[in-house]
Design a protein around this ligand. Sequence first.
Ligand code: IMP
Ligand code: MG
Length: 180
Amino acid sequence: MISTDIKKILISEKQIEERCKELAKIITDEYQDKNPILLSLLKGSVYFTTYLTKYLDFPLEFDFMKPSSYVGTKSSGNVEIKMAPLSELKNRHVLIIEDIIDSGTTLKKIKEMLIKDYKPASLKIVALLDKKEMRTADIEPDYTGFVIPNEFVVGFGLDFNEQYRNLPYIGVIKEECYQK
Ligand code: IMP
Ligand code: MG
């Protein structure tokens, strides 16, 4: 059982659902007539993408891209694109959906790359979680679900070495589980 590896639940599924409804209202106002492309960053943002977008009430399209991921619990600082977006993003309004911003390195590099190579009409970011105190890169999400303390979290799409993504809440794993 993976749920027994969890030390504490930081944010419950119900809290996430409620926050997604609130964010969706704000985003619906902003994007009503823009037919944006929602660019979900794989794999961590998959749950957030589905929970958030079911409450969005305007025409939109989906796309996905995959930056390189963490090994273990620390960011390497090097970001590669493992899977590029399939849509024509040029002159389109693009909203990046991200699971978590930590140092901000990943998003800053992705944002710069997208603007340079794809020339979207606009580019904004919605992040479910923000470890604000850890930020080193000069970047902020335009919409944020929750600001959280500097703890390594899993669940609701987020992983530790590819595990725990399927937990329905945001939780912290027990120290001994990092050795597994
Ligand atoms: P950054 O480049 O340091 O902002 O890292 C962002 C990426 O690191 C996120 O998209 C996640 O994939 C991963 N990440 C950062 N913190 C956590 C965490 O607490 N749990 C799981 N993944 C994390
Ligand atoms: Mg991610």
